[in-house]
Design a binder for this molecule. Structure first.
Ligand code: ZN
Length: 161
């Protein structure tokens, strides 16, 4: 796959995508649930909601998502979801007075995320929409082995030793 970065970081998984259909969403949800099987149900459900909205948003506004990336940090328990698509137009938060489902997805993402944003990458002719979903103490205590922590800015992971 071209253009996928950070895939070697501990706790990171990448799912290549070539579009968004109902089947893609089902595949994605199964894939996410499989990789986050150590999460508590509520945290995993929040992640699935956000991932589905980001995928739907990329389908509505983008040119078909290229990939979805997951990153699970154990301390604190946080999951970062990224969806990259080929449309450089930035998604916007929907206003409640607008009819239809468009835009409400990002309001949901905003509510469930501790932080989210859009990374335009014109040189690669793509953008990445990302969101970090906090645990809020709803997961079982993680095991000792293979722990890693979030670094500054939430963008870097480092082994905690
Ligand atoms: Zn959690």
């Amino acid at each position: 796959m071209t253009g996928i970065r950070h895939a070697g970081r501990p706790g990171t998984w990448v799912l290549p995508l070539h579009g968004t259909t109902a089947a893609t969403v089902r595949t994605m949800r199964r894939w996410v649930a499989q990789h986050l099987d150590t999460l508590g149900d509520e945290h995993r459900d929040d992640v699935l909601l956000v991932a589905t909205e980001l995928l739907a948003n990329a389908h509505d506004h983008g040119d078909g998502p290229r990939h979805l990336q997951l990153w699970h940090s154990l301390r604190p328990c946080t999951v970062r979801v990224e969806v990259a698509d080929r449309n450089l137009v930035q998604p916007t938060m929907g206003l409640s007075r607008l009819p239809g489902p468009r835009g409400r997805g990002l309001l949901l993402v905003d509510r469930l995320s501790v932080t989210w944003g859009v990374l335009p990458e014109p040189e690669s002719r793509r953008k990445t929409v990302w969101a970090q979903i906090p645990c809020l103490g709803r997961c079982p205590r993680p095991g000792r082995a293979g722990e890693w922590t979030t670094g500054g800015g939430g963008g870097s992971g480092a082994l905690a030793g």
